[in-house]
Design a protein around this ligand. Structure first.
Ligand SMILES: [Zn+2]
Length: 483
């Protein structure tokens, strides 16, 4: 590997000094100390405090103009939009994060830890919201700061969106992005959330799987009837629904309805998958190797396939079974899918399938929960290739490039509504206990994450100032945003 120009090195040195000198820990500790639990109404004021007292002033010091916006669909769950405008001729980068967390679960943390106090033990830094998502966006803001301090300017126009309702389903995110399109459009989204697949291997994620919940129901008659008097004469709703579901998903979790399976993968996705592997952490459950498809790798099953789960199934009264034939049964199915499927086709396809297999008595409908759409930047897109090269230059190994995550995020708001390529660089790992007691981040990953992001922001500015944007689609004009 040839030696990097000295200024890039200087930015990386500044990043390491910022981290090793304790500034990063102190910033994160202040942020963790604001109990931004969005599911508990009593913590709603903390959401606004996080933006107004913490993120806004941090960005103001970096030359951003910022404002807080009320959420258009729910009270007390605000957004922050910030902009640092350098030059009309430069491209624009959007960075996203969420300041809210799940509840603290006080009293359930080991060693008597307080969820709202960032505490160190070995390489672990414990605190609610540390992994999800405060350390992740704090790294990205610190990397912007180091780039700015080393170069004197970023070399691009920077926009930042921080929401505070991610843990309650991102209410209002779509509406805000619609209303503020002119202030959020960009040439590229560069953001961080979620875990790496392998803790010590850098990773770039290009999209998300989508998710839809589907309700199945059998309702045969008005009441239960004694099985001694009526058994053999009346159909059992539980038996009918069990067989209907068994025709949809096989004994090893394999999807049996072809319309629920993704179309064949594009070649660029296959090639990217070959760079990825999945490694479980010490407290993870053992993987059932023969589940879904014994031929496929764990990574293929996790991110390249569609998966169908049964989340719940009820017939009769499971707590107090009665010797009677249940008249009703219901189940909730749950499908994670990639962009290679059209979610609008799932319910009609299931209806046809059930009719063809003699299950006309089973009703099927989309559950109340809205569909989360799937997204995926083509791994052959210039932004994906450019970012992988930048990360490799910083950490000395090629990152895994995952075409999409296994989980879901409202990434379609950025990819489709705002129409930009999306790059996610996760700074956490699978064992981080996010959403549980003992949530933590790992010091070496944070330090490396800060280097990676500083390298990425540095390289973005360097190419943009040289009048190039090798990460833009050929022929696409940069977003113009007169400041
Ligand atoms: Zn979360």
């Amino acid at each position: 590997m040839d030696s990097a120009p000295p200024e890039r090195d200087a930015a990386l040195v500044a990043a390491r000094q910022h981290f090793d000198g304790g500034d990063f820990f102190n910033d994160l500790a202040r942020r963790v100390a604001i109990p931004t639990s969005s599911r508990e109404p009593e913590h709603r004021p903390d959401l606004a405090a996080y933006l107004n007292a913490e993120i806004g002033p941090t960005l103001a010091a970096l030359g951003y103009r910022w404002r807080c916006l009320d959420n258009p669909v729910i009270d007390g769950v605000p957004f922050l939009i910030a902009e640092r405008h350098e030059d009309d001729a430069l491209p624009t980068i959007l960075t996203y994060g969420h300041g809210d967390t799940v509840p603290g679960m006080e009293g359930q943390w080991s060693a008597g830890r307080d969820p709202w106090t960032l505490s160190r033990e070995g390489e672990r830094w414990y605190g609610r919201g540390s992994a999800d998502n405060k350390a992740q966006h704090s790294i990205n803001l610190a990397a912007i700061g180091r780039t700015l301090e080393t170069r004197g300017r970023l070399g691009f126009n920077s926009r930042i969106l921080i929401e505070t309702g991610e843990e309650v389903g991102s209410p209002g995110l779509r509406e805000i992005c619609q209303a503020e399109t002119e202030h959020l459009r960009a040439d590229l989204l560069l953001a961080s959330d979620g875990p790496r697949f392998v803790r010590d291997h850098a990773m770039i994620v290009l999209g998300t799987r989508g998710v839809i919940n589907i309700e199945f129901e059998v309702n045969l008659r008005a009441g239960a009837h004694h099985s001694g008097n009526w058994g053999g004469l009346l159909a059992n709703a539980g038996v009918v629904l069990a067989h209907a579901l068994a025709s949809v998903v096989g004994p090893r979790g394999e999807i049996l309805v072809s319309a629920l399976k993704p179309a064949p993968l594009p070649e660029s996705v296959r090639a990217a998958l070959a760079s990825c592997r999945f490694e479980s952490c010490e407290d993870d459950p053992d993987i059932d190797a023969d589940w879904a498809d014994a031929q496929a790798s764990a990574v293929e099953k996790l991110i390249a396939f569609n998966t169908f789960e049964i989340l719940a199934f009820e017939t009769g009264d499971p707590a107090k079974p009665a010797n009677a034939i249940p008249p009703t049964a219901r189940a909730t199915g749950h499908l994670r899918f990639t962009v290679d499927s059209d979610p609008e086709t799932f319910v009609p396809a299931l209806r046809r399938h059930l009719d063809e297999h003699g299950f006309a008595a089973v009703t099927v409908r989309q559950a109340e929960m809205p569909i989360m759409r799937a997204t995926r930047l083509d791994p052959a897109h210039p932004a994906a290739r450019w970012a992988a090269a930048s990360v490799a230059r910083t950490c000395g190994h090629s990152p895994m490039v995952a075409p999409n995550a296994g989980g879901s995020l409202p990434n379609d708001v950025f990819a489709e509504l705002l129409g930009m390529p999306t790059l996610w660089v996760p700074h956490s790992y699978g064992g981080c206990s996010q959403h549980a007691p003992d949530e933590h981040v790992l010091e070496p990953l944070l330090r490396q994450g800060l280097e990676i992001m500083t390298g990425l922001f540095w390289d973005l500015g360097e190419s943009a100032l040289a009048g190039e944007a090798p990460w833009l689609d050929a022929g696409r004009d940069p977003v113009r945003n007169p400041g």
